[in-house]
Design a protein around this ligand. Structure first.
Ligand code: NIG
Ligand code: FE
Length: 423
């Protein structure tokens, strides 16, 4: 029997486990009734995994005589699983603050895109930036996410569109994975926009015949790591047929499908996600009843992005309809130059106020379900024995303060812990 452990967190007012039965995801009823223990303690082993979580008295007697490298007395505080951000675009150069002014003055996202701004603007700057510059800014952004409680994040490429820049971005993401504590799920999003001078069909052929085979070779050689494949399925970007063709090719190469759909127009993206057994479809502001029904029958998660709907004054994603239908709902920040938000607590707050989710639904959507949307809910997303010791300690005796308070979380988030180490 082991007697030496990495960390003991004792005397917490509450530990929010989220799941207690090894669920891979939660749907509505499970999200409403997440598991919480009052007066709790938590033990992390030297392997960084959770060894035990339970009432303080039970843990004290179970671990009597054990030694710990570190002890946190969490009296008056709460322990929650590390937050999982299921959708971000954090690798880019160039400032788009001027576009915020245009949007406030009434310009739509697509008007700016079609005039050569938006993603095109960021692509120009990202192509010119060095890998070193991109890495520095990525690590700073991940640090800001970490300070708000995020311990696992999806990171997309997609501001290169040409193969060399996409590889540069994916390499930077891989370097960041190795050099800082936040866990990363990496996504090839080469079909984020149609490159200038090409049609969507030509770009689709390039991705299928050239980009994906070369990327696969690099992955097989161990030169690159890619978890997911993504396409921006939207009117004026990649239509449903191009999207299907790219995703099917990526999936046949072993990448998980996780794509943008039904954001500005109903595109039948939700139906396509269900048809392809996608891990997740993001956005879905314009999803139809049929799309929701198709997703409810599938195991495809809906990654809802309240910041984007807020920023662009879009229709709110139909979280209630999806939850009532039995869809697996997750949340993401969509951090990108359009939606400049690092904070999952802020995202949960928007999800509750604007999308009418309850606080426990929002937390489940930002932990276990977001981990599921990345294919990582076996190891992340809840405080259960055997999972990574990734968690947040709040300076509050009720966990709901993480969502109730909006803005200024630096004071509230007292500790962020990854694999049992305070970071
Ligand atoms: O998820 N909708 C497409 N992609 C991003 C926006 C990217 C950008 O504007 O730079 C999104 O919101
Ligand atoms: Fe996005």
């Amino acid at each position: 029997m082991e007697t030496e452990f990495r960390l003991l967190v004792k005397n917490a007012a509450q530990a929010v486990l989220v799941c207690a039965h090894n669920e891979r995801y939660l749907t509505k009823v499970g999200m409403e009734t997440i598991a919480v223990i009052e007066n709790a303690s938590l033990v992390i082993g030297r392997d960084g995994l959770i060894k035990a979580v339970g009432p303080t008295t039970a843990i004290a007697s179970q671990f009597k005589g054990a030694t710990f490298e570190n002890i946190i007395d969490a009296e008056g505080m709460c322990i929650l699983p590390g937050l999982v951000d299921a959708h971000t675009h954090p690798v880019w150069a160039g400032d788009r603050v001027h576009e915020f002014a245009l949007k406030l003055a009434g310009a739509s996202y697509m008007e700016i895109h079609q005039a050569g701004g938006g993603i095109h603007f960021t692509v120009e700057h990202t192509r010119r930036a060095s890998a070193e510059e991109l890495l520095v800014s990525l690590k700073q952004r991940l640090q800001r996410m970490l300070r708000a409680g995020t311990t696992l994040v999806e990171c997309k490429s997609g501001y290169g569109l040409d193969l060399d820049t996409e590889i540069k971005m994916l390499t930077v993401i891989e370097q960041a994975r190795q050099e800082q504590p936040v866990g990363i799920s990496s996504t090839f999003c080469g079909a984020h926009s149609v490159p200038k001078g090409k049609t969507a069909k030509e770009a689709t052929k390039d991705i299928i015949n050239v980009h994906l085979p070369q990327l696969k070779k690099k992955v097989e050689n161990g030169d690159l790591h890619i978890d997911n494949i993504d396409v921006f399925c939207e009117k004026g970007v990649f239509d449903l047929d191009c999207t299907r063709a790219i995703l099917q090719t990526g999936s046949s190469m072993g990448f998980q499908i996780n794509f943008h759909g039904d954001e500005l127009h109903p595109m039948n993206s939700a139906e396509l996600g269900a048809e392809l057994n996608a891990l997740a479809v993001s956005h879905l502001e314009e999803v139809t009843d049929k799309g929701i029904a198709a997703m409810a029958k599938s195991k495809t998660a809906a990654v809802l992005l309240p910041t984007t709907a807020y920023m662009l004054r879009l229709k709110q994603p139909r979280a209630r309809d999806m939850l009532n239908a039995g869809v697996i709902v997750a949340l993401g920040s969509d951090f990108n130059p359009n939606a400049y938000c690092f904070s999952m607590p802020m995202v949960m707050h928007f999800a509750c106020v604007n999308m009418k989710m309850s606080m426990s639904e929002a937390l489940a959507a930002s932990t276990i379900n977001a981990a599921y949307a990345l294919g990582k809910s076996r190891t992340h997303g809840s405080l259960e024995v055997g999972k990574n010791g990734d968690f947040v300690i709040l300076k509050s005796s009720r966990w709901e303060h993480l969502i109730y308070q909006f803005g200024g979380h630096q004071e509230l988030v007292k500790y962020v812990v990854v694999k049992g180490v305070i970071v």
